[in-house]
Design a protein around this ligand. Sequence first.
Ligand SMILES: CC(C)[C@H](C(=O)O)[C@@H](O)C(=O)O
Ligand code: SF4
Length: 778
Amino acid sequence: MAASNPKTLYDKVFEDHIVHKDDSGSSYLLYIDRHLVHEVTSPQAFEGLKNAGRTVRRSDCTLATVDHNIPTITRKNFKNVSTFIDQDDSRLQVETLEQNVKDFGVTYFGMDDGRQGIVHVIGPEQGFTLPGTTVVCGDSHTSTHGAFGALAFGIGTSEVEHVLATQTIIQAKSKNMRITIDGDLSEGITSKDLVLHVIGVIGTAGGTGCVIEFAGKAIENLSMEARMSICNMSIEGGARAGMIKPDQTTFDYVKGRPLAPKGVEWEKAVKYWKTLHSDEGAYFDYDIKIAASDIVPTITWGNSPQDALPITAAVPDPSTVTDPIKKDGMERALKYQGLTPNTKLVDIKIDKAFIGSCTNSRIEDLRAAAKVAKGHKKADNVKLVLVVPGSGLIKAQAEKEGLDKIFEAAGFSWREAGCSMCLGMNPDILDPEERCASTSNRNFEGRQGARSRSHLMSPAMAAAAAIKGHFTDIREFDYINHDEAAIQIHTEEEDKALQDAVYEHEKEIIEDTPTTEAERLYDIPKSSSTEPAAKKAKIDDTVGGMDKFTVLTGITAPLEKANVDTDAIIPKQFLKTIKRTGLKTGLFYEARFTKDPETGKDVETDFVLNVGDYRKAEILLVTGDNFGCGSSREHAPWALKDFGIKCMIAPSFGDIFYNNSCKNGLLPIRIPQEVIKEKLYPVVKAGFQLTVDLPKQEIRHGETDEVLVENFDIEEFRKHCLVNGLDDIGLTLQKEDFIKKFEEVRRDKYSFLEGGSKLIKPAKGTKKSVYGLKTQEW
Ligand SMILES: CC(C)[C@H](C(=O)O)[C@@H](O)C(=O)O
Ligand code: SF4
């Protein structure tokens, strides 16, 4: 029977988490069920809590690990972080997290815990991620968890602090987009090909302001791991989140995981989860259909994930493009990537390959790569093939299956779990101009190392490129063993048995885990006041301050570029700070500086912010779409602010960047591209300043005061906070009664969510886990 008020999956999960709706009706306070924390985006958040004498409200809803900075070399001789991590700034970030989790009582998988791994891998693996939950993390690929029908999205550091302190987040409702993949995928086509194809179709700004629901037969037929790879990359399509309705595949995956509900709570949970689907007739703002049969092995050629092409294609030719911004972007990308138009993709040679990242480092990915590598050797021109499992548990499972031996025999390098060369915040980086076949999710300039050249593809295609030495159509790859059994393809039952063996040590711990709600809650603080506090200082719930934004007349620098990602605004090497300030030098670092070949020192380029008065610019006028796309790093607005920028005008912004800017008193203004081109750009190019008047929502000519743009768009609540310089943690804490009420209802209605990460039992003493690493001591 059709529902009388049909809702989408997103609408349902959103509505089930509303704590409070503000008077303007455009801003909601949402309850957060699951918060994942890593070392890069949390230090400043914990520092904020400490300074205000605040606690972590729900440490049971919080789970921390280290992933970005850690070396992936063997941990055989691991004693502690201080002696193991060579890079000072990386070590400091990891040590800072280790201190913070102690101070605030947060469950943590450290480097000596076999359950450590990439945040987006360990959440699902532990059963911490559950259908219908809200999941956040200071990381853009939090969208991964949407594969479970969770509403999962990346947040900035200020929001991390907000969630730690209040267990809520302030959100506007996104639009609904549905992408239906009809029919069956052809033989050998993976979820990575599917998602690269989708991004190629909608573009990296295509999902801006939307939550995407992936639907259709091709999606329903995918495993959970494949679904995770798709939702993972919805951020690369510009979306706030990606979601897939939970079904039997989801329930089978979740059941039996260490933190999944058990017994009666499991039954109760599944009953609720089965209601989580888009109703017939539900309204989608955008409804896109793609035929599965159109999808072929896909790889990227340029510096944006939307630069995706079938492996059978050739490098595009800018001379065929008329749009000047596109043409310029294409020429720049070809130059950066060292590619000649019309070269066949399969003729392009590689230097290195990387199989890993939160997109493709799970056991099925490793099996797919091993199937290709089996019986082969990497090509001589390929200097390094890194295989980096997503977690210690995946590593252990792969080793039980003998995949490590297959990789090693092929000359690949088998590593410990972490983010590794996806971002290269650890020592795993490409040298300048090296070309990499990578299973990661971003091919931005400098992403895998200064002047590195990344090409995104599936694990099988990356392994095939490593073997052949050049990009290869996996459909034509000459497997040594056509007999799949030869590389241990398992039945579902065998898989479950293997998984159980790997979880052996955890099962011991879980065996005496209580199953009734009362028992499950025995170690959960009954109210936030009993949570361990960093400092038992007087709790300061007054509404604090950030810089006010009212009227600004300032020098305006034009930036004629589209898809400026946050990696370009502030490259990874500057993310290793534990402070919010001192990032001025890092702003647009790769574009602003170049190395003097003689002295090896940084010298300025002719980038706009290095030119004349633009050094004192306070406003940035961006002519292309999607400014600040990509990573959730709040370091991007911090760096802009440090430079002196207070306002950015662009046709569209990456969602997380937009939020992060507002939280720091910076004003991002969305203005249609034609208006920028016709009204603002000529004024700025003629050297005049602009006046931005937030209370009146106007942009005026800085000298004549002529109104150039009237009534620009901004949510009422954001405007209120910016104009008055209000810190939203203080504001939210004033809604304590609403939060408490929500928690009371949640304890009853969603009792299967209680317990969370606190159900991870301390490993006893220094017992060795099944994979030989010492388990965490608590
Ligand atoms: C470090 C973190 C802020 C970042 C992200 O948000 O995505 C990183 O994981 C990345 O992939 O660039
Ligand atoms: S995208 Fe890369 S760096 Fe970011 S969380 Fe995933 S693996 Fe880590």
